[in-house]
Write a protein that binds this ligand. Sequence first.
Ligand code: ADE
Ligand code: ZN
Length: 319
Amino acid sequence: MPLPKAELHLHIEGTLEPELAFELAARNGVTLPYADTDALREAYAFKDLQSFLNLYYELMAVLRTEQDFTDLANAYLARAAAQGVRHAEIFFDPQAHISRGLSLGTVVEGLWRALGDSERNHGVSTKLIMCFLRDESADSALETLTAAQPYLDRITGVGLDSAEVGHPPAKFREVYEVAARLGLRRVAHAGEEGPPQYITEALDVLGVERVDHGLRCMEDPALVERLVRERIPLTLCPLSNVRLRAVDTLADHPLPAMLDAGLMCTVNSDDPAYFGGYAGDNFAAVQQTLGLTEDRLRELARNSFRASFLEDDEERRAR
Ligand code: ADE
Ligand code: ZN
């Protein structure tokens, strides 16, 4: 029985496995510039975040209809459930679809058809987090939030993702203020490739409750102390960090040092179709390579529920 856990850092578009990409391409008459799934997999040799994002956005071309988003989410939920995920807080990137001519309704309704039935079909409770692309303008983010108003009963929070360096959190001050007024929860990617200062800014300017990645906090002892004191959860993604070269090898990952420092770490998969594993695979990898004890793994699983946006009664049911 895999350890029950919550997944808090998961981009639904990053769960697009090569087989499903080709199936959707055929269904939608989209031609992919790869001969087959093997050729596509060969393109998964990333040198940094941007080289991954280029492929991630390119493959989204196969997602066209509500049914595509439903199929994508159901495929993820089935895999996650098999690895012990009981609750998933799922990111999506509306701007990457709207810019291709899809409506926000197609994306949200399509995802919701899977998420709304997920407890019954997969035994996984879910929440949806709408991310803004930080390499797009703040105005575009604000327009997206405005367009999302009819769907706010389905959206728990907002996040910030895509190319980090050169796009500091403060650029999105206003959109996060509006999100807060709308009662949305707030998270942001910070300190994946960007400096520790971006983590501080995400907390102070955007008012985030969790930091996605937060890896580079380890370069700033005062920031670590603050994150520990304020019990700010970090949603770490070890296999992603290896594939995007944030760390040289998994053996170099600072997770053990972060736990020793008292940081509230969680382990997640980020974009599992691209980075070699789902939530349980990430747990297994850190256990084997970093020698985490059973107690440490249980701490990570406990943290994942505590750091989630589940209410107390929902959390008890999910565990
Ligand atoms: N979008 C999808 N995965 C991402 C990551 N790891 N960092 C930033 N943006 C992303
Ligand atoms: Zn991410």
